[in-house]
Design a protein around this ligand. Structure first.
Ligand code: FAD
Length: 272
Protein backbone atom coordinates (compact mmCIF):
# COMPACT_ATOMS: atom_id res chain seq x y z
CA UNK A 1 0.00 0.00 0.00
CA UNK A 2 1.46 3.35 -0.99
CA UNK A 3 1.32 6.46 1.12
CA UNK A 4 -1.66 7.16 3.29
CA UNK A 5 -3.06 10.43 4.49
CA UNK A 6 -2.37 11.03 8.19
CA UNK A 7 -5.26 9.49 10.08
CA UNK A 8 -7.75 11.49 12.06
CA UNK A 9 -6.81 10.81 15.67
CA UNK A 10 -9.46 9.67 18.04
CA UNK A 11 -8.92 8.86 21.69
CA UNK A 12 -10.04 5.52 23.11
CA UNK A 13 -13.37 6.07 24.77
CA UNK A 14 -14.51 8.60 22.20
CA UNK A 15 -17.53 7.69 20.17
CA UNK A 16 -17.85 4.31 21.77
CA UNK A 17 -14.49 2.90 20.76
CA UNK A 18 -13.73 -0.18 22.74
CA UNK A 19 -15.30 -1.89 25.64
CA UNK A 20 -12.31 -1.58 27.88
CA UNK A 21 -13.32 -1.08 31.44
CA UNK A 22 -12.61 2.43 32.62
CA UNK A 23 -12.73 4.08 29.19
CA UNK A 24 -12.46 7.83 29.59
CA UNK A 25 -14.73 10.56 28.46
CA UNK A 26 -13.17 12.43 25.52
CA UNK A 27 -12.48 15.54 27.56
CA UNK A 28 -10.28 13.58 29.93
CA UNK A 29 -8.74 11.33 27.33
CA UNK A 30 -7.57 14.22 25.17
CA UNK A 31 -4.11 14.50 26.73
CA UNK A 32 -3.50 10.86 27.41
CA UNK A 33 -2.61 8.00 25.16
CA UNK A 34 -4.92 5.48 26.72
CA UNK A 35 -7.95 5.19 28.87
CA UNK A 36 -5.83 4.39 31.85
CA UNK A 37 -2.99 6.87 31.76
CA UNK A 38 -4.88 9.72 33.40
CA UNK A 39 -4.87 7.77 36.64
CA UNK A 40 -1.08 7.59 36.43
CA UNK A 41 -0.61 11.35 36.13
CA UNK A 42 1.51 10.80 33.05
CA UNK A 43 1.32 13.76 30.73
CA UNK A 44 1.93 13.66 27.02
CA UNK A 45 4.32 16.34 25.83
CA UNK A 46 2.04 17.42 23.05
CA UNK A 47 -1.66 17.85 22.95
CA UNK A 48 -2.74 16.16 19.75
CA UNK A 49 -5.70 17.81 18.19
CA UNK A 50 -8.15 15.15 17.16
CA UNK A 51 -11.32 15.30 15.24
CA UNK A 52 -14.47 13.39 15.92
CA UNK A 53 -15.30 11.50 12.74
CA UNK A 54 -18.35 9.35 12.60
CA UNK A 55 -17.67 5.98 14.07
CA UNK A 56 -16.94 3.53 11.28
CA UNK A 57 -17.63 -0.08 11.93
CA UNK A 58 -17.27 -2.73 9.32
CA UNK A 59 -17.08 -6.48 8.89
CA UNK A 60 -13.52 -7.47 8.12
CA UNK A 61 -12.58 -10.82 6.66
CA UNK A 62 -10.31 -12.99 8.81
CA UNK A 63 -7.27 -13.81 6.68
CA UNK A 64 -5.27 -15.57 9.38
CA UNK A 65 -5.60 -16.53 13.04
CA UNK A 66 -2.66 -18.51 14.32
CA UNK A 67 -0.96 -19.25 17.62
CA UNK A 68 2.24 -17.23 17.82
CA UNK A 69 3.29 -18.64 21.21
CA UNK A 70 1.75 -21.05 23.73
CA UNK A 71 -0.29 -18.12 25.13
CA UNK A 72 -0.92 -15.71 22.30
CA UNK A 73 -2.39 -15.51 18.82
CA UNK A 74 -1.90 -13.26 15.84
CA UNK A 75 -5.01 -12.39 13.86
CA UNK A 76 -4.80 -10.95 10.35
CA UNK A 77 -7.85 -9.22 8.91
CA UNK A 78 -8.69 -7.43 5.68
CA UNK A 79 -7.82 -3.74 5.73
CA UNK A 80 -9.96 -2.40 2.92
CA UNK A 81 -8.01 0.85 2.69
CA UNK A 82 -8.52 1.77 6.32
CA UNK A 83 -6.06 4.55 7.25
CA UNK A 84 -4.32 4.44 10.61
CA UNK A 85 -1.20 5.69 12.33
CA UNK A 86 1.30 3.23 13.80
CA UNK A 87 0.46 3.00 17.50
CA UNK A 88 -3.31 3.24 17.05
CA UNK A 89 -5.78 0.51 17.98
CA UNK A 90 -8.89 -1.09 16.62
CA UNK A 91 -11.84 -2.48 18.51
CA UNK A 92 -12.88 -6.06 17.81
CA UNK A 93 -16.49 -6.93 18.53
CA UNK A 94 -17.75 -10.20 19.96
CA UNK A 95 -21.11 -11.90 19.66
CA UNK A 96 -22.93 -9.76 22.19
CA UNK A 97 -23.12 -6.09 23.09
CA UNK A 98 -20.24 -5.09 25.39
CA UNK A 99 -18.14 -8.02 24.23
CA UNK A 100 -15.78 -5.70 22.42
CA UNK A 101 -12.15 -5.05 23.30
CA UNK A 102 -9.30 -2.86 22.10
CA UNK A 103 -6.26 -4.21 20.28
CA UNK A 104 -3.28 -2.22 19.09
CA UNK A 105 -2.57 -2.70 15.42
CA UNK A 106 0.66 -4.71 15.21
CA UNK A 107 1.10 -4.41 11.44
CA UNK A 108 2.65 -1.46 9.64
CA UNK A 109 1.03 1.48 7.90
CA UNK A 110 2.20 0.14 4.54
CA UNK A 111 0.89 -3.39 4.97
CA UNK A 112 -2.18 -4.34 2.96
CA UNK A 113 -3.78 -6.04 5.95
CA UNK A 114 -4.32 -5.33 9.65
CA UNK A 115 -2.82 -7.57 12.31
CA UNK A 116 -3.37 -7.80 16.03
CA UNK A 117 -1.50 -9.80 18.61
CA UNK A 118 -3.66 -11.05 21.46
CA UNK A 119 -3.02 -12.90 24.67
CA UNK A 120 -5.58 -15.66 25.23
CA UNK A 121 -7.29 -15.14 28.59
CA UNK A 122 -9.07 -18.47 29.25
CA UNK A 123 -11.49 -16.82 31.71
CA UNK A 124 -11.91 -13.75 29.51
CA UNK A 125 -14.92 -12.62 27.50
CA UNK A 126 -13.63 -11.95 24.00
CA UNK A 127 -10.34 -13.76 23.52
CA UNK A 128 -11.85 -17.26 23.94
CA UNK A 129 -14.22 -16.28 21.12
CA UNK A 130 -11.38 -14.92 18.99
CA UNK A 131 -9.35 -18.14 19.06
CA UNK A 132 -12.30 -20.06 17.62
CA UNK A 133 -12.82 -17.73 14.67
CA UNK A 134 -11.89 -19.49 11.44
CA UNK A 135 -10.09 -18.02 8.48
CA UNK A 136 -12.70 -16.80 6.02
CA UNK A 137 -15.18 -15.71 8.68
CA UNK A 138 -16.10 -12.07 9.25
CA UNK A 139 -15.44 -10.06 12.39
CA UNK A 140 -16.91 -6.68 13.30
CA UNK A 141 -14.21 -4.03 13.69
CA UNK A 142 -14.37 -0.36 14.68
CA UNK A 143 -12.19 2.26 13.06
CA UNK A 144 -8.63 2.88 14.28
CA UNK A 145 -8.23 5.42 17.04
CA UNK A 146 -5.85 6.33 19.83
CA UNK A 147 -2.94 8.67 20.49
CA UNK A 148 -0.07 6.30 21.20
CA UNK A 149 1.55 7.47 18.00
CA UNK A 150 5.12 8.68 17.58
CA UNK A 151 5.53 12.29 18.68
CA UNK A 152 8.89 13.07 17.15
CA UNK A 153 10.67 10.68 14.80
CA UNK A 154 13.87 12.70 14.94
CA UNK A 155 14.38 11.78 18.58
CA UNK A 156 15.81 8.39 19.60
CA UNK A 157 12.91 6.18 20.61
CA UNK A 158 13.10 3.73 23.50
CA UNK A 159 10.21 1.29 23.57
CA UNK A 160 9.67 -0.63 26.80
CA UNK A 161 7.02 -3.34 26.59
CA UNK A 162 5.67 -6.14 28.69
CA UNK A 163 4.03 -9.10 26.95
CA UNK A 164 1.68 -8.21 24.12
CA UNK A 165 2.55 -4.54 24.70
CA UNK A 166 5.17 -5.06 22.02
CA UNK A 167 2.41 -4.69 19.35
CA UNK A 168 2.71 -0.91 18.78
CA UNK A 169 6.49 -1.19 18.73
CA UNK A 170 6.22 -3.64 15.86
CA UNK A 171 3.92 -1.21 14.04
CA UNK A 172 6.47 1.61 14.52
CA UNK A 173 9.30 -0.64 13.40
CA UNK A 174 7.56 -1.94 10.27
CA UNK A 175 6.32 1.51 9.30
CA UNK A 176 9.59 3.38 9.89
CA UNK A 177 12.58 1.13 9.13
CA UNK A 178 14.97 4.06 9.67
CA UNK A 179 13.70 4.88 13.13
CA UNK A 180 16.37 5.15 15.84
CA UNK A 181 14.56 2.56 17.95
CA UNK A 182 15.80 0.70 21.03
CA UNK A 183 13.53 -2.12 22.22
CA UNK A 184 13.27 -3.58 25.72
CA UNK A 185 10.78 -6.46 25.96
CA UNK A 186 9.82 -8.05 29.25
CA UNK A 187 8.11 -11.45 29.17
CA UNK A 188 8.06 -14.59 31.28
CA UNK A 189 9.62 -17.06 28.87
CA UNK A 190 11.42 -17.03 25.55
CA UNK A 191 8.37 -18.25 23.64
CA UNK A 192 6.66 -14.91 24.35
CA UNK A 193 9.34 -12.81 22.68
CA UNK A 194 6.89 -11.98 19.92
CA UNK A 195 8.40 -10.74 16.65
CA UNK A 196 11.90 -11.18 18.01
CA UNK A 197 13.33 -11.84 14.54
CA UNK A 198 11.93 -8.57 13.22
CA UNK A 199 13.86 -6.61 15.84
CA UNK A 200 17.13 -8.42 15.19
CA UNK A 201 18.79 -5.51 13.39
CA UNK A 202 17.89 -3.05 16.13
CA UNK A 203 19.20 -2.62 19.68
CA UNK A 204 16.92 -5.27 21.23
CA UNK A 205 16.98 -6.39 24.85
CA UNK A 206 14.78 -9.33 25.82
CA UNK A 207 14.14 -9.65 29.55
CA UNK A 208 12.87 -13.02 30.77
CA UNK A 209 11.41 -13.06 34.27
CA UNK A 210 10.92 -16.84 34.54
CA UNK A 211 13.44 -18.31 32.14
CA UNK A 212 17.24 -18.30 32.23
CA UNK A 213 17.83 -19.60 28.71
CA UNK A 214 19.24 -16.26 27.60
CA UNK A 215 21.66 -16.15 30.51
CA UNK A 216 20.12 -13.33 32.51
CA UNK A 217 16.85 -13.69 34.35
CA UNK A 218 14.91 -10.63 35.46
CA UNK A 219 12.17 -8.14 34.79
CA UNK A 220 12.48 -5.38 32.28
CA UNK A 221 12.56 -2.92 35.17
CA UNK A 222 15.57 -4.71 36.72
CA UNK A 223 17.36 -4.51 33.40
CA UNK A 224 16.53 -0.82 32.96
CA UNK A 225 18.13 0.20 36.25
CA UNK A 226 21.63 -0.48 34.94
CA UNK A 227 21.01 0.28 31.30
CA UNK A 228 22.40 3.38 29.60
CA UNK A 229 19.60 4.82 27.49
CA UNK A 230 20.29 6.99 24.43
CA UNK A 231 20.60 10.73 25.15
CA UNK A 232 17.51 12.80 24.45
CA UNK A 233 15.24 9.81 23.87
CA UNK A 234 11.48 9.68 23.99
CA UNK A 235 10.23 6.71 26.02
CA UNK A 236 7.16 4.69 25.03
CA UNK A 237 5.86 2.27 27.66
CA UNK A 238 3.20 -0.31 26.83
CA UNK A 239 1.63 -3.31 28.53
CA UNK A 240 0.81 -3.89 32.17
CA UNK A 241 0.06 -0.68 33.96
CA UNK A 242 2.06 -1.62 37.05
CA UNK A 243 5.34 -1.56 35.13
CA UNK A 244 4.88 2.14 34.45
CA UNK A 245 5.19 3.21 38.09
CA UNK A 246 8.52 1.50 38.54
CA UNK A 247 9.82 2.73 35.19
CA UNK A 248 8.77 6.27 35.98
CA UNK A 249 10.95 6.22 39.11
CA UNK A 250 13.87 4.60 37.30
CA UNK A 251 13.72 7.10 34.46
CA UNK A 252 13.33 10.04 36.84
CA UNK A 253 16.49 8.92 38.66
CA UNK A 254 18.26 8.91 35.29
CA UNK A 255 17.15 12.49 34.64
CA UNK A 256 14.40 11.77 32.09
CA UNK A 257 11.64 14.40 32.28
CA UNK A 258 8.14 13.02 32.65
CA UNK A 259 7.13 14.91 29.52
CA UNK A 260 9.38 12.56 27.50
CA UNK A 261 7.47 9.46 28.66
CA UNK A 262 4.34 8.18 26.86
CA UNK A 263 2.26 5.26 28.02
CA UNK A 264 -0.41 2.86 26.80
CA UNK A 265 -1.89 0.57 29.47
CA UNK A 266 -3.58 -2.67 28.50
CA UNK A 267 -4.63 -3.83 31.96
CA UNK A 268 -3.79 -3.61 35.65
CA UNK A 269 -1.40 -6.28 36.77
CA UNK A 270 2.02 -7.67 36.06
CA UNK A 271 2.31 -9.74 32.91
CA UNK A 272 6.01 -10.60 32.86
C1 FAD B 1 -5.62 0.68 24.64
C2 FAD B 1 -5.63 -0.84 24.78
C3 FAD B 1 -4.96 -1.62 23.84
C4 FAD B 1 -4.91 -3.00 23.99
N1 FAD B 1 -4.23 -3.76 23.09
C5 FAD B 1 -4.08 -5.09 23.29
C6 FAD B 1 -3.27 -5.91 22.40
O1 FAD B 1 -2.71 -5.42 21.41
N2 FAD B 1 -3.16 -7.23 22.69
C7 FAD B 1 -3.77 -7.80 23.79
O2 FAD B 1 -3.60 -9.02 24.01
N3 FAD B 1 -4.54 -7.06 24.61
C8 FAD B 1 -4.73 -5.75 24.38
N4 FAD B 1 -5.53 -5.01 25.21
C9 FAD B 1 -6.34 -5.74 26.21
C10 FAD B 1 -7.65 -6.22 25.52
O3 FAD B 1 -8.45 -5.07 25.21
C11 FAD B 1 -8.49 -7.15 26.40
O4 FAD B 1 -8.62 -6.57 27.66
C12 FAD B 1 -7.86 -8.54 26.53
O5 FAD B 1 -7.70 -9.14 25.26
C13 FAD B 1 -8.70 -9.45 27.39
O6 FAD B 1 -9.99 -9.54 26.81
P1 FAD B 1 -11.00 -10.68 27.28
O7 FAD B 1 -12.39 -10.22 26.92
O8 FAD B 1 -10.59 -12.01 26.77
O9 FAD B 1 -10.82 -10.73 28.84
P2 FAD B 1 -11.55 -9.80 29.93
O10 FAD B 1 -12.69 -10.53 30.46
O11 FAD B 1 -11.79 -8.43 29.38
O12 FAD B 1 -10.34 -9.62 30.95
C14 FAD B 1 -9.90 -10.54 31.88
C15 FAD B 1 -8.61 -10.04 32.54
O13 FAD B 1 -7.49 -10.34 31.67
C16 FAD B 1 -6.40 -9.50 32.00
N5 FAD B 1 -5.77 -9.03 30.74
C17 FAD B 1 -6.28 -8.17 29.82
N6 FAD B 1 -5.43 -8.01 28.79
C18 FAD B 1 -4.37 -8.78 29.04
C19 FAD B 1 -3.17 -9.04 28.33
N7 FAD B 1 -2.89 -8.46 27.15
N8 FAD B 1 -2.30 -9.90 28.90
C20 FAD B 1 -2.55 -10.50 30.09
N9 FAD B 1 -3.67 -10.29 30.81
C21 FAD B 1 -4.57 -9.43 30.29
C22 FAD B 1 -6.95 -8.36 32.82
O14 FAD B 1 -6.50 -8.52 34.14
C23 FAD B 1 -8.44 -8.52 32.72
O15 FAD B 1 -9.07 -8.05 33.86
C24 FAD B 1 -5.59 -3.63 25.07
C25 FAD B 1 -6.31 -2.83 25.99
C26 FAD B 1 -6.32 -1.47 25.85
C27 FAD B 1 -7.08 -0.64 26.87
Amino acid sequence: MASLEPPALRAPGELGAGGAPGALRPSIAANHSSAYTARMDFETSTSLAHTAPLLRRWNARILGNRPISPTAYEMTISREGTPFGAGQLITLHGRELYEDRNYTIASGEHDDFLQVLYRVIPSGVLTPQLVKMPVGADIAVSAPCGEFVLRDRNRPIVFIATGTGIAPCRAYSRTHPDLNLTVLHGVRTMEDLFYRDEFARRPYHPCLSADDRLGLKGRVTDFSKNFTFPEGAHFYLCGANEMFYEMRDILRDKGVPQSDIFTEAYYYSYES
